[in-house]
Design a protein around this ligand. Structure first.
Ligand code: EPU
Length: 317
């Protein structure tokens, strides 16, 4: 579809439109290509209309959160990319539904900022997610978390848009949060309500500092990466999940480099990329790590980071 045709498809809506938008460099990897068309809708009803129009015209639609778990191929991505970073998607409402222990947070809100704001008032619930880079929507979709807990533990309800642009609210008892996945099939999260508990703000701040210190001492937080590249796989012997970082480390791959991408010498599940480097190097390095772990350990790693590419290239995870 030509640019004028595509633009006119959304021209009557309250939406910021940009062509060839540099989404790769705005992702946490700070590298990768552009989106042919980037839309920033003002609010959920505009987003619902975009969903319906994309569906009607068979335009691929992708949602970009903070770009924290995303790698955009150097050649960029087709169709429509939507960012939920305008005010209408970032509201934080305390005492949601009149209940002191509930907070409603828009999908476009930043997870770390939200949890720090709540912690300043002594509201506990999201602090296990300290240091996990994500938007609220992205974190819900993949049940983000780590050794200290996952976001699903704090969820009271989630509102999502289905593929027809219809809003549905799911109470926690209809949702299943498993390791890095949920049973939520609707493609777009609009907001989530979290359970929070009033505690001593000083003790909460101490807990947050401990979590941050652990990550700082074990992860290459100063380098460009998207956090862990692979999900922790299930150990064929014990049936338990084991650290992908530990397996990659034990396979002797720390420091392995392809072009501008490197397996971090600090935490082997972090693939880092040099400033001005290529997304393709990261993709190739990831493939090489998977191949060597498969050959050496008989374990199939699964990417946690989502790769966006044009059709015809091997497609996204
Ligand atoms: N380990 C190594 N070598 C390494 C990395 C880890 O031997 O290169 C060992 C550690 O020494 C430790 C064990 O493996 O004994 C577990 O390591 P860690 O505590 O770092 O946990 P992880 O399972 O590797 C998970 C999450 C992280 C999260 C941490 C801490 C996944 C894929 N990763 O890592 O999440 O920060 O726990 O909570 O589930 C992310 O998802 O992007 C991410 C970084």
């Amino acid at each position: 579809m030509s640019r004028p045709t595509t633009a006119s498809l959304f021209g009557d809506l309250d939406v910021d439109v940009s062509f060839d938008a540099p989404i790769g460099v705005e992702s946490w990897f700070c590298t990768g290509g552009t989106a042919d068309l980037l839309l920033r809708p003002a609010d959920p009803s505009t987003l619902a209309e975009i969903v319906r129009r994309c569906r009607r015209t068979a335009l691929p639609l992708r949602i970009m959160g903070e770009g924290a778990n995303l790698l955009v191929d150097d050649d960029g991505v087709d169709g429509v990319v939507v960012r939920l970073d305008r005010e209408g998607f970032r509201a934080v409402e305390r005492n949601a539904d009149g209940e002191v222990g509930l907070v409603r947070v828009g999908a476009g809100a930043d997870l770390s900022r939200t949890l720090m704001d709540l912690a300043r008032s002594g509201l506990q619930g999201l602090e296990p997610l300290m240091g996990v880079p994500a938007s609220i929507g992205g974190a819900i979709r993949m049940n983000a978390g780590g050794a200290f807990g996952s976001i699903g533990d704090a969820v009271h309800a989630v509102c999502a848009l289905d593929a027809d642009g219809i809003e549905r609210v799911y109470p926690a008892d209809e949702l299943r949060f498993e390791y890095r996945r949920t049973n939520l099939v609707d493609p777009i999260v609009l907001w989530a309500v979290f359970k929070v508990e009033q505690v001593d703000p000083i003790a909460l701040r101490t807990r947050i500092k401990e979590i941050a210190a652990y990550k700082k001492s074990t992860q290459p937080l100063g380098d460009k990466s998207a956090g862990c590249m692979f999900k922790n796989p299930i150990d064929p012997d014990s049936g338990d999940r084991i650290s992908a970082g530990r397996i990659i480390d034990e396979s002797g791959l720390k420091g392995l480099r392809i072009g501008s991408a490197e397996v971090s010498p600090r935490h082997a599940n972090f693939l880092t990329v040099d400033r001005g480097g290529r997304a393709r190097d990261v993709i190739e390095l990831g493939d090489e790590v998977m191949r060597r772990v498969r050959d050496g350990r008989g374990i199939e790693l699964e990417r946690e980071v989502v790769v966006w590419r044009r059709p015809g290239e091997e497609d996204e995870a």
